[in-house]
Design a protein around this ligand. Structure first.
Ligand code: ATP
Ligand code: NCN
Length: 200
């Protein structure tokens, strides 16, 4: 447990798989908000994706480790994977705060996710635990209506029209996913045959 007063970015996601859109968003927020570190937190069972097949948490966790390994400021946390069950951001932030009480938390989220935030578990308390940085995403107009303006900041990031859905669909059709995801993630997907078969 480290108790240094760091500015800690928190990038939560299903990461099925992690792609360059996630990495660019984290890198841009880190630079603009002078973050010391960004911790990527792969979900256990994502609460808003209960009716779709999601790859096993351990695969998604390992792909996230592979994708972030080369950046000294990027780390990966197992809090959501190890807690098990449905993942709620309120639990993610509470666990990280318990591990690092002096850290100032900045939760990084895309335009599509921030629009749903009022429906997230314990929504009002989320803003007490972290500052939220909403990054623009191609195809999504960002509206912060109804959100506390002092706790949410909108940030334009270089537009990368990449989604995990698109990567899974390409892999399932035998199309290349090189350069949409880091090289090691391409190799991980091929090694374990992810996104092939009935769930692809
Ligand atoms: N290209 C992108 N640019 C900016 N933010 C993104 C991008 N892709 C995903 N995000 C954000 O990253 C977070 C985690 O996303 P997630 O793991 O669900 O990926 P996804 O590409 O949206 O997946 P899927 O297509 O399976 O829904 C979310 O807050 C999402 O809005
Ligand atoms: O806490 C909630 O109720 C909640 C509902 C939906 C999404 N989230 C979080 O938002 C992040 C992105 O989610 P997703 O499903 O788009 O990968 C991830 O960290 C989720 O845990 C959180």
């Amino acid at each position: 447990m480290s108790d240094a007063p760091v500015r800690l970015g928190v990038m939560g996601g299903t990461f099925d798989p992690i792609h360059h859109g996630h990495l660019v968003a984290a890198s841009e927020v880190a630079a603009r908000f002078a973050l010391d570190e960004v911790v990527f937190v792969p979900t256990g069972q994502p609460s808003f994706k209960q009716h779709q097949h999601v790859t096993a948490p351990e695969h998604r966790y390992l792909m996230t480790v592979v994708a972030t390994a080369s950046n000294p400021r990027f780390t990966v946390s197992r809090v959501d994977v190890d807690r098990g069950g449905l993942t709620y951001t309120i639990d993610t932030l509470r666990d990280l705060k318990a591990q690092r009480p002096a850290a100032e938390l900045f939760f990084i989220t895309g335009a599509d996710a921030i629009e749903q935030i009022v429906r997230w578990k314990d929504a009002e308390q989320l803003f007490e635990l972290a500052h939220f940085v909403a990054v623009t995403r191609p195809g999504h107009q960002l509206s912060l209506e109804g959100l506390p303006t002092d706790r949410v900041t909108m940030l334009e990031v270089p537009a990368l029209a990449i989604s995990s859905t698109g990567v899974r669909e390409r892999a399932a059709s035998g199309l290349p996913v090189w350069y949409l995801v880091p090289d090691g993630v391409v190799q991980y997907i091929n090694k374990y045959g992810l996104y092939e078969g009935p769930h692809a």
